[in-house]
Design a protein around this ligand. Structure first.
Ligand SMILES: *[C@@H]1O[C@H](CO)[C@@H](O)[C@H](O)[C@H]1NC(C)=O
Ligand SMILES: *[C@@H]1O[C@H](CO)[C@@H](O)[C@H](O)[C@H]1NC(C)=O
Ligand SMILES: *[C@@H]1O[C@H](CO)[C@@H](O)[C@H](O)[C@H]1NC(C)=O
Ligand SMILES: *[C@@H]1O[C@H](CO)[C@@H](O)[C@H](O)[C@H]1NC(C)=O
Length: 367
């Protein structure tokens, strides 16, 4: 069978007419380089150095990534990534597309994959301004009605997946830069209480599972001391006062090359959260170029330095490659934010993370 197939392929190749091609007269483009999957292994190194893991977000299933063998080989390699975050598939519009109609298949896909590969999953997210179902946003609900919708969603989703989720980002991105609550259907309809109620319902959902599922608040702009970070400290204190479960805060850490907060600032912000007796996770780390060219040696070395600075306890990079990055569509003209390039080859930043984890000086942070 095997040799028959090989012969058939060889015969087909011989029969291929010799047409002019853009690839130097050959009939096939050069094969892409294989994805880089050898050592150093970031998750393995992180765990050897006492961290929980090093993880990544992944926008699967239903995207081009899902059918890209090279991408899938990297994302499922537990030595490189010990934890996955579904970039989209557990958000409201996917999990409850119509009122009281739940769809868990996208989330199940990631959980199945992660469990097969001994990776943990940070589940993301329950209450956010964006990626909501039309039934939530197309009706003028009363505060009581929308609170009931939020409660139903949280109780169903959290109890369904139970401790297959290591943690949940309960509320995502609730704050403006000036520390006030930002506009969303939740805030605009219910007022500030929506935030505290989300945690009250999530705490109740976890209690019903009888499992230990960590509850997080996730946001950007909390990576250095400032007004927004202080506001987040206050949200945590209020949740603690109300006896809601709050295990940690996720610092998204979407940085810009050359403008990443200093190590002192990042440490100070994290220490403020740790002082409240909660955990800190770097949840969506990436460092984007704000203008082309992206791939100069000096730019890549600065990016490596920025990643090196940002490597802290329990870190999670937000997707790992420039091929499927969220950055170009959100910030036009910007990109190359990740640690693998678009042909799934490692950038200096990848090696900078390994060196930072090992406590070694950075050899790739300078040209
Ligand atoms: C997915 O791949 C197809 C075929 O290569 C391409 O046309 C499409 O633009 C890609 N989609 C995205 C979102 O990159
Ligand atoms: C459930 O979600 C999956 C993944 O997004 C999607 O492919 C499927 O069509 C959905 N099922 C229904 C009944 O909407
Ligand atoms: C919701 O309220 C706004 C403002 O009063 C109104 O313009 C809109 O038509 C209402 N929408 C629905 C679906 O009733
Ligand atoms: C990715 O990096 C490799 C090795 O540095 C390089 O040869 C390749 O051109 C890069 N690919 C892209 C799309 O930047």
């Amino acid at each position: 069978m095997y040799s028959y197939t090989a012969t058939a392929v060889a015969a087909l190749a011989l029969l291929q007419p010799a047409i002019a091609s853009p690839w130097g007269g050959k009939n096939h483009p050069p094969p892409p380089p294989p994805p880089q999957v050898g050592p150093p292994y970031l998750n393995q190194l992180a765990q050897q150095h006492g961290k929980l893991w090093l993880g990544t977000a992944a926008d699967i299933p239903g995207t081009n990534e899902s059918t890209d063998a090279g991408y899938m080989e990297i994302v499922t390699n537990e030595k490189i990534f010990g934890q996955l975050t579904p970039a989209n598939m557990m958000k409201f519009q996917y999990t409850e597309p119509e009122q009281n109609v739940f769809n868990y298949s996208g989330g199940d896909y990631i959980l199945d994959l992660a469990e097969r590969d001994h990776q943990r999953v940070r589940c993301h997210n329950l209450v956010w301004v964006d990626e909501l179902s039309p039934f939530v946003t197309n009706t003028n609900w009363t505060a009581a009605q929308l609170t009931a919708i939020m409660k139903t969603h949280i109780l169903n989703v959290v109890t369904h997946w139970s401790d297959r989720c290591y943690s949940w980002d309960v509320v995502n991105e609730a704050l403006n830069g000036d520390g006030t609550f930002s506009s969303s259907v939740w805030y605009d309809t219910i007022g500030p209480e929506y935030f505290y109620q989300a945690y009250e319902f999530a705490t109740e959902a976890v209690r019903r599972t009888g499992k230990d599922i960590k509850l997080y608040y996730n946001d950007y702009g909390l990576e250095n001391p400032g007004t927004k970070t202080t506001a987040a400290y206050n949200l945590v204190k209020e949740l603690q006062k109300r006896k809601s479960r709050i295990d940690g805060v996720g610092l998204e850490s979407h940085f810009e090359v050359g403008a990443t907060p200093s190590l002192a600032d990042q440490n100070a912000a994290k220490k403020g959260f740790l002082a409240l007796g909660i955990n800190v996770a770097v949840t969506e780390l990436d460092v984007r170029f704000t203008a082309e060219p992206y791939y100069t040696p000096a730019g890549l070395a600065q990016q490596a330095q920025d990643y090196y600075t940002s490597v802290q306890s329990c870190m999670t990079v937000w997707d790992f490659d420039d091929k499927y990055s969220w950055v170009p569509s959100t910030f036009p003209g910007q990109g190359a934010a990740d640690i693998y390039n678009a042909t799934l080859q490692r950038k200096p930043a990848y090696y900078a993370i390994a060196e930072a984890i090992e406590g070694k000086p950075c050899t790739v942070c300078k040209v």
